[in-house]
Each structure stands twice: as structure tokens, then as C-alpha cells.
Design a protein around this ligand. Structure first.
Ligand code: PMP
Length: 282
């Protein structure tokens, strides 16, 4: 496998990380996962803009446009002959003697490489089972940070319950998102999802679903909903780069709707691919 390390394409074996890289010691870095369908990056600009947002918010000095990252990623995908898959990109604050404050002289470390991914078609057809978990993460979930321990622990609990995902709530009145997905409910024909603020990651797929809803004439609302409203929704679905639109049919012991993927969830999933070619949200 060929990977991108800083500005160079090198063999995977050469992608050595220094012991004092702050990503390794503090989780001091940010990342993105960009999907590739039929050899073409999907919504790359939106992902790179969000990566720049995460970098700016964390004060990591890295200019994506200046660094020509888009071109380098195209090159990386081509060298690895990726037709259907994804690219993982992470940028850390760099290497410095261990000390909490931002070092003045560190140069950010960039690593990007392909990750194998395929469409979760079977589960999209049957609908997924999920669990509820308390959201114990920090209050800057809008930053796509490498600090994923809260997400990792929630996903592990889901895995142990043989569930696809853990839907997180701050308190019974406030459902936020999944451990690696955004959460949507459908009530009386309306799609409702958490507002894009510090409690969630503003998913690129979430934004794409907003765009698709507008095109289909489906009302899309940003509003906080409760655990009760979640369990009593007509439909529930998740969205992310890797799970696309994922209908949810069971939450803990509760069946959602009639236990089958709902019609609006299905419509959005069907519509998803009609626009992959045009590759833009606005
Ligand atoms: N929320 C969290 C916590 C995530 O990790 C992800 C996956 N990156 C998402 C939402 C969905 O974001 P996207 O649609 O950009 O993949």
C-alpha cells in the first residue's frame, strides 16, 4: 500500500510515527474519512472544508489549500487504484517534547491512506438494531478530533449487545448523535435532526441529506428531540460517510414503526446515489 506522509507518497512500511508525535500522546490532531465511489471522491470539498475548520478550531497551523491536499489525495487514490473505498486523513500538531501547551516549533504531521470499505447493503435493507448510551464526551463534538475514546467505548458497548450503533443522549430530553453517525427521526412526514452546534459533528452526509430532502420536498428540521420522541418516532435512521443512510428498526427492546425500514428513510437512501455524479450539496 502507498500512503501519503506529509508531502510524500511512500510505502506503508515507511510511515513511521515518532514516539513524541502529539497525536500519539495527546490525541492532539484532527481527521477526515472521504468516500470514493467508482474511482471518484464523493463530496471532497465539503470534507476538506470541515478538516480546515477542525484545524482552525484547534489552532493547528496547516493550510489545506496551500498544501494542495486535494491534488495529493487524488494522486494517492490513483496510485492505490481505489475504485470503491475511502481515504483516511489525519493531521496532528506534530512532534515535540511532551508538555501540554501547544509547542511553538512543531510541524504538523499528515498521514493519509486507503481504508477498505464496502456498502452495508444487507443491513440497509433489513434495518439496524441500535442501543441507547449516555453521551459522556466533551463539549466540542463539532471538531473532528482524534480524541475518540468516548465514541470508541460507546461503540464497544453496542458491539457487545450485537447492535450496529449506540445512539447517545446527554439527558432523557436531549439525544445528540451516534458514536460515529448522525441520528434522524421522522415524525408526521418531517425529518428532524439535532442542530449543528457543539454537541454533534455536523456530518457531511447529514448536510447531503438536508440537500436531498429539499430536492424531494421533504420538510427538514433541526431541533433537539428526547429519548421518548426517538422511541416513538415513525422512522429513525442514521447517516455517515460509511453507512450512508441506515434505517433503524430496533432501539434496545423497542421496535420502531412496524419493524421495517420506513418509507422516507428508503426514499432518501434511493435518492442518495442519483446525485453521486453531481457531487455537490448546494
Ligand atoms: N458523528 C460522529 C461522531 C462521527 O464520527 C461521524 C462520522 N465521521 C458522523 C457523525 C457522520 O459524519 P459524516 O457524515 O461526515 O461521515
Amino acid at each position: 500500500m502507498i500512503i501519503l506522509k506529509n508531502n510524500q507518497l511512500v510505502q506503508r512500511e515507511e510511515a513511521i510515527i515518532d514516539m513524541e508525535d502529539r497525536g500519539f500522546q495527546f490525541g492532539d490532531g484532527v481527521y477526515e474519512v472521504i468516500r470514493i465511489y467508482e474511482g471518484k471522491f464523493f463530496l471532497m470539498n465539503e470534507h476538506l472544508e470541515r478538516l480546515q475548520y477542525s484545524l482552525t478550531e484547534t489552532g493547528i497551523e496547516f493550510d489545506i489549500k496551500k498544501g494542495k491536499l486535494a491534488e495529493q489525495l487524488e494522486d494517492l487514490a490513483e496510485k492505490n487504484q481505489i475504485d470503491d473505498g475511502a481515504i483516511y486523513i489525519q493531521i496532528t500538531r506534530g512532534i515535540a517534547p511532551r508538555s501540554h501547551p501547544y509547542p511553538t516549533e512543531a510541524i504538523p504531521t499528515l498521514m493519509a491512506y486507503p481504508i477498505p470499505i464496502s456498502r452495508p447493503i444487507k443491513l440497509q435493507e433489513s434495518g439496524a438494531k441500535v442501543i441507547l448510551e449516555e453521551d459522556v464526551r466533551w463539549l466540542r463534538c463539532d471538531i473532528k478530533s482524534l480524541n475518540l475514546l468516548g465514541n470508541v467505548m460507546a461503540k464497544q458497548t453496542a458491539k457487545e449487545a450485537e447492535a450496529f450503533e449506540a445512539i447517545l443522549y446527554r439527558n432523557p430530553e436531549h439525544v445528540t448523535e451516534g458514536s460515529s453517525t448522525n441520528v434522524f427521526i421522522v415524525k408526521d412526514g418531517k425529518v428532524i435532526t439535532h442542530p449543528a452546534n457543539n454537541f454533534i459533528l455536523n456530518g457531511i452526509t447529514r448536510r447531503y441529506i438536508h440537500h436531498l430532502s429539499n430536492q424531494l420536498g421533504i420538510t427538514f428540521e433541526e431541533d433537539v428531540f428526547s429519548v421518548d420522541e426517538l422511541l416513538n418516532a415513525d422512522e429513525v435512521f442514521l447517516a455517515s460517510t460509511t453507512s450512508e443512510v441506515m434505517p433503524v428498526t430496533q432501539i434496545d427492546d423497542y421496535t420502531i414503526g412496524n419493524g421495517e425500514p420506513g418509507s422516507i428513510s428508503r426514499k432518501l437512501l434511493d435518492e442518495f446515489f442519483k446525485h453521486v455524479d453531481t457531487d455537490q450539496i448546494r
